[in-house]
Ligand binder design. Structure first.
Ligand code: MG
Length: 471
């Protein structure tokens, strides 16, 4: 689609990448398996490169509850100090709490030791700028260049950084969220909420948040455990059967589940039906546009067309980006948009901070349901038009990706969008997205239509096209 219809390629989507430059950062931060794909020296050297990139000042460092997080955090801190920067240690906090602390407590930047929703053996580093938002792609490349050129600053005994504890990060985070919602209206509804923390980092924050909002909360998997014994670190409709059953058995108003570092949230309604993030995202977008008339919404090319129906009602604009929360966050900032969401449950409420935030999203959802004055399922059926989705993934070698994209494009009857992969509209209400993964030799196929049968058929048809073109 054309720019005037609300589709853009943001500046960072066009970040030039020298073909020869080696990468460390993936879709969201640096990820690796400590002791297998990298050792602690790597975290020290990367810490030095990050410190050199920031140049001076104090960095807020936090960690999730993974088994390797204390070791990696100490290594990253050593690197930051060695480059001459000072460090404030937040301890075990959700990623959005760390990022909100960076934005509001006067830090030069932030480093979060986390691998988000990845399996337990993974860990990684996420780097935020002074606004708390993940640094743009071009700055990631600057950090990588320092790392690979070995041009890190090495401070001497006089200029080496100092470290201190910063114990108020979660308190500051909860206070920030509470100031953004109508706490009184929420408390009046006396919501009963089941919260599946997935043994992750929201354990010390989200339950206290909803209690402060007058909710009765029942928690599942609430003990922080880096082996993620409950349901694993990634919340999806498949992994949330216990949440769904608990909501039904206690007669709760809703359920919510977080990923390992607490930035993504998936909801289920009072009937225990788990929603994909673009359904809950559309419901919230509608409410946010009521709170902020004239606001702009940002989502990726892979999200449901339901958002266009919702925003049309408000006369609001939708901007579509490449897949990935960094793209969405940076576009929100560039275009001063008010809200963004992804189908994996990452929601960004910009007046609070332009990062995905499971706690803020939960408070917004409670405020939305309080304002609607009806059950979750009713609110959803009133606001969000029903579309059906299907998806699959196929192995495709990097060499064959271009041929596959050309073959997919040839299937188009209507318009084709090339924001990320190839998105083909086959009729007014049906589209297919064929998108290569940035990290694995995989091509993903998403389809959406007005019936499940049509969505399934589209995925099947394009899977055949991809197979033929990659053979
Ligand atoms: Mg996460």
């Amino acid at each position: 689609m054309k720019e005037s219809e609300g589709f853009i390629l943001s500046e960072l989507n066009r970040a030039p990448l020298a073909a020869t430059q080696q990468r460390l950062f993936g879709t969201n931060g640096v990820r690796f398996v400590p002791g297998v794909s990298n050792d602690l020296d790597f975290a020290i050297n990367l810490g030095e490169a990050i410190g050199t990139f920031f140049g001076s000042g104090e960095i807020l460092v936090g960690q999730d509850g993974r088994i390797s997080s204390p070791a990696l955090t100490n290594a990253a801190i050593s690197g930051l100090l060695s480059s001459g920067l000072d460090v404030a240690e937040a301890g075990l906090v959700p990623t959005p709490a760390l990022q909100y602390g960076v934005k509001t407590m006067g830090f030069k930047g932030g480093v979060m030791v986390t691998a988000s929703h990845n399996p337990p053996q993974y860990n990684g580093l996420k780097v935020s700028g002074a606004d708390g938002v993940e640094i743009p792609r071009l700055d990631e490349q600057r950090v990588e260049k320092i790392y690979f050129d070995r041009s890190q600053n090495k401070a001497d005994w006089k200029t080496i950084g100092v470290a201190r504890q910063e114990p108020s990060v979660i308190r500051n985070y909860l206070r920030g969220i509470l100031s953004r919602v109508n706490a009184k209206a929420i408390a009046q509804r006396k919501f009963v909420l089941v919260m599946d923390i997935g043994n992750g980092a929201q354990s010390g924050a989200a339950p206290y948040l909803v209690e402060s909002l007058g909710c009765k909360v029942i928690t599942l998997n609430s003990v922080v455990d880096g082996s993620f014994p409950g349901r694993g670190p990634e919340p999806t409709p498949d992994t949330l059967k216990d949440l769904s059953a608990a909501v039904k058995s206690v007669g709760a108003d809703l359920g919510v589940a977080y990923d390992g570092d607490g930035d993504r949230s998936m909801f289920c309604d009072e009937n225990g039906r788990v929603l994909w993030g673009d359904q809950s995202g559309c419901l919230l977008a509608d409410f946010v546009l009521e709170k902020h008339p004239g606001g702009t919404i940002v989502t990726s090319i892979a999200s449901s067309q339901a958002i266009e129906t919702v925003t049309k009602r408000h006369g609001a604009k939708v901007l579509r980006t490449r897949v990935g929360s960094v793209e969405i966050a940076r576009t929100i900032l560039e275009r001063n948009a008010v809200f963004g969401f992804e189908e994996n449950g990452g929601c960004i409420y910009q007046p609070h901070i332009a990062v995905r935030d499971g706690g803020m999203t939960t408070a917004l959802m409670l405020e939305c349901l309080a304002a609607r004055g009806m059950s979750f399922s009713k609110a959803l059926s009133f606001v969000v038009p029903k579309f059906f989705q299907a998806k699959t993934k196929l192995e495709v070698s990097h060499k064959k990706v271009e041929a596959v994209m050309r073959a997919a494009e040839k299937q188009a009857k209507g318009e084709v969008e090339r924001v990320d992969g190839v998105k083909v509209w086959t009729d007014e209400r049906s589209w297919v997205l064929v998108r290569p993964s940035g990290t694995e030799p995989i091509v993903r196929i998403f389809a959406e239509s007005d019936t499940q049968e049509k969505a399934d058929q589209l995925v099947k048809k394009f899977a055949r096209v991809v197979k033929t073109a990659s053979a």
